[in-house]
Write a protein that binds this ligand. Sequence first.
Ligand SMILES: Cc1cc2nc3c(=O)[nH]c(=O)nc-3n(C[C@H](O)[C@H](O)[C@H](O)COP(=O)(O)OP(=O)(O)OC[C@H]3O[C@@H](n4cnc5c(N)ncnc54)[C@H](O)[C@@H]3O)c2cc1C
Length: 370
Amino acid sequence: MTADVLIVGAGPAGIGVAAALRRIGVEATVLDRFRVGASFRHWPEDMRLITPSFTGNQFGLVDLNAVTPDTSPALSLLEEHPTGAQYADYLEMVAELEDLDVRTGVEVTDVTAGAEDDLLAHTTDGAAWPARTVVWAAGELQYPRTNGFPGAERCVPTVGIERWDSHPGDDVVIIGGYESGIDAAVHLVRRGRRVTVLDRDRPWEVVDADPSRTLSPYTHGRLREAHETGQLQLLGDVAVSAVTPAGTHGYVVHTACGESFGADGPPLLATGFDGSLELVRDRFKFDEHGRVVVTEEADESTVLPGLFLAGPSLAHREAIFCFVYKFRQRFGVVARGVGRRLDRDIEPLEALREPGFLLDDLSCCDDCAC
Ligand SMILES: Cc1cc2nc3c(=O)[nH]c(=O)nc-3n(C[C@H](O)[C@H](O)[C@H](O)COP(=O)(O)OP(=O)(O)OC[C@H]3O[C@@H](n4cnc5c(N)ncnc54)[C@H](O)[C@@H]3O)c2cc1C
């Protein structure tokens, strides 16, 4: 049977869009290769959300980490900065509350045009799921960038570490000094390790009105605490050129300017994400900066009509939507685009405008001060 909507990914983007679609009576089928909130369940056990949760909903300020206007992780979890596992619990609660149809253990490898105007979502078991529309919400976290320089495959992506205690060595080198890298550094310094963070820029010095371009206040606070121990070294303007093994368990991180840094265990990689869009790269257009191009009206592919995008890869004009509180502003826009394709009454989605889940005037993104 042809589904009205398939959503690929049961993270905050997939669950949020599915919940928005319920408002217009559309029942999406959500496919996930693991389970609801899987990316967050893979976080190191004490990694926490950097955006704070707070019970502001009743006063018109929806909890920054909520994926529907009437839920709040702060209220459900009684935490300001939930751990990944706690936030996954919250997402599962929303999926239950909204009675969403989530199919787990289904990994989508591509989306292609099917018969007439339909689409086909292809899965690893060779099946093809027919659908009138597909929302790509498979995120970035499960697809870290691991090929930036020779020897990168010897490093361990920070998001794949289960427990900081289990990372070996007294001297740790972290490549990449933005949120993930600094988060790892803070946790390792707290455990008494000597940590060197290398970055081609100096992200810890950037001050910008857009939190997607600067460390969060939460992380700055923790960074100051780590600095005070004397165990942390932040080195900017350093381009890593290779990582080679040394001795039985050691590694050497080489840089373009000829310096090298020794580590007792595999260096940690915090150099960003290729993202799941790599899987469906040919189904979208990308601009000269490598940012995905989708329609402003509906976040729909300009290459494969009926394929929509939700989540942190979204970009429009000067704005990047890489936090939940940013990309959720387009849930109503995607739901509206899907609803139009399915010939549904989309009026009920207007209720998403005031709480900030239906941002369709992107003129503020021309000179984004977010
Ligand atoms: C250190 C760190 C801290 C962060 N802190 C915050 C924060 O405080 N606040 C915030 O808003 N954001 C934060 N983020 C970013 C946040 O993780 C992302 O914004 C969020 O995960 C994006 O949601 P998503 O639903 O698009 O993707 P995901 O949460 O990654 O969900 C994607 C889902 O798709 C599934 N999937 C993947 N590929 C496939 C496939 N091929 N087929 C089927 N299913 C698939 C996965 O199993 C997963 O369940 C942080 C990121 C990092 C690295």
